[in-house]
Design a protein around this ligand. Structure first.
Ligand SMILES: C[S@@+](CC[C@H](N)C(=O)[O-])C[C@H]1O[C@@H](n2cnc3c(N)ncnc32)[C@H](O)[C@@H]1O
Length: 269
């Protein structure tokens, strides 16, 4: 294993002897030109350009895919990924000028792939995202006024219902209403796929999970709790609005630079 990788692994307390026993990294380097453990590849590199679009546990890291694409394909070839997941291989192929076709069981993963790969009218996307956010802010304000008992001011605020036990269990009352409202307005826009990604990310972030257990939470937290990540008492998340706002903002540079440089529309949420 490369010395740099060993040093990076040591920082995380990873036993590289075990990895070396299991893998023939020297052979990988000879055949493929790279050490496939990629231990020293940092999080921001693993989620470069569109790969940060939406969390997804089963994705390949782009650097791994790149090694094989560069070794076995050239520009203009076509690669088939029969288990395409969130589309890392498909996108990395496109970046290298290789055509790609994917097959995937999960409709949600297909949505992620499509949003990563599709060309968009960026100005129109921006306008729609901002408009949806504005409407949500108005709804949320009215909802809170109503919750404070000033019902006369906001008689017309609609209460949304859902059959989903999961949403009812894992979201606070306010977050649930905001998520359901946002979902209800998506049909009003052309770029519904992008709004669905924003909605899904926000619903995930707004869950009543402790800060230290985002990936595999066991039960919702509704009371103040001792947070082992922040080393202080934290309060459960009460809203979805702040996350929808966060995921609605297109990062400067990331988006337009990539479009111009690669000729591909990348939405960097
Ligand atoms: C490890 S992920 C693939 C990662 C992906 N190749 C990439 O580049 O990031 C495996 C994917 O295979 C999908 N899958 C599993 N069985 C399948 C099947 N029979 N047909 C199509 N997709 C399947 C799963 O839904 C999952 O998203």
């Amino acid at each position: 294993m490369l010395e740099a990788n060993k040093a990076a692994a040591a920082k995380f307390g990873i036993d590289t002897h075990f990895i070396e026993e299991k893998t023939d990294t020297q052979r990988n380097i000879e055949i493929l030109g790279d050490d496939l453990t990629f231990i020293s590849v940092r999080e921001f590199q693993r989620t470069k350009h569109v790969h940060r679009l939406h969390p997804y546990l089963g994705k390949f890291i782009p650097q791994l895919v790149e090694v094989f694409l560069k070794r076995y394909f050239t520009q203009g070839d076509t690669v088939l990924d029969p288990f395409a997941g969130s589309g890392t291989a498909l996108i990395e192929a496109n970046v290298l000028g290789i055509n790609s076709v994917g097959i995937e069981l999960s409709p949600f993963n297909v949505l992620i792939q499509e949003v990563k790969a599709k060309k968009y009218n960026i100005l129109e996307v921006e306008r729609e995202i901002k408009d949806a956010l504005k409407r949500l802010k108005v709804f949320s304000r009215r909802l809170q006024i109503k919750e404070k008992g000033q019902a006369l001011l906001v008689d017309a605020v609609e209460k949304f219902e859902t059959d989903s036990d999961y949403l009812k269990e894992w979201l606070s009352g306010r977050a649930l209403q905001e998520i359901l409202f946002y979902r209800s307005i998506i049909a009003d826009y052309k770029n519904q796929d992008i709004l669905k990604i924003i909605l899904s990310r926000a619903a995930r972030s707004a869950r009543l999970v402790p800060h230290y257990d985002l990936a595999r939470p066991k039960k919702p937290v509704r009371e103040t709790y001792w947070c082992i990540k922040h080393k202080r008492y934290c309060t459960p998340i009460d809203e979805a609005l702040k996350f929808i706002k966060r995921y609605s903002i297109m990062r400067k540079g990331g988006l337009t630079n990539e479009i111009l440089r690669r000729g591909i529309n990348f939405i960097s949420l």
